[in-house]
Write a protein that binds this ligand. Sequence first.
Ligand code: IMP
Length: 188
Amino acid sequence: MNKSKDNIKEDIAGVLIDSEQVQNKVKELGKKISRDYKEKNPVLISVLKGSIVLLADLLKAVDISCSVDFIAVSSYGENTETSGVVKLIMDLRESIEGRHVLLVEDIVDTGLTMAYLKENLLTRHPASFKICALLSKPQRRQVNIDLDYIGFEIPDDFVVGYGLDYDEKYRNLDYIGTLKPRIYQKNG
Ligand code: IMP
């Protein structure tokens, strides 16, 4: 049996943000969000699938009344480049009319996904709308989008871990890392 095929850590070129740094940052974001949304009972909307790990940790880091909902879009195929076309593939369960909405996203790259979701969700008349993203790649931005809470700004590298995938793998790493080029070159 080829054990190395199952060892995802062997595909990682380097650690960009280690687990402790991520955890500290999420706690810090949780404190700010708790302060800003006191008595507002916000709905935290997780953009599937990449933000599920962030949502789970962020939920534990906020100490105010809040609810959660999920939405799914797609824009990436199996590649590391966005297709540029954002599609809604799963909608929210609940109405957000009159609610304070905090969109929780793993990473903002070109900004197309956030711009699409913002436009879509604002038509539903929330009381307020803000975005929390763990990672942002400012150099890659194609559209201007305001991020209200940002964990880390990172360079233009494709990263995986802490919910972020490449070809549906590596979401379960507890840190943010870069992939060895041979991984995406063989698919490219
Ligand atoms: P955007 O629409 O280009 O801003 O891309 C947003 C989505 O692309 C994110 O929710 C991720 O799913 C995916 N994405 C962008 N950059 C990366 C990356 O470096 N690693 C993994 N997924 C990424």
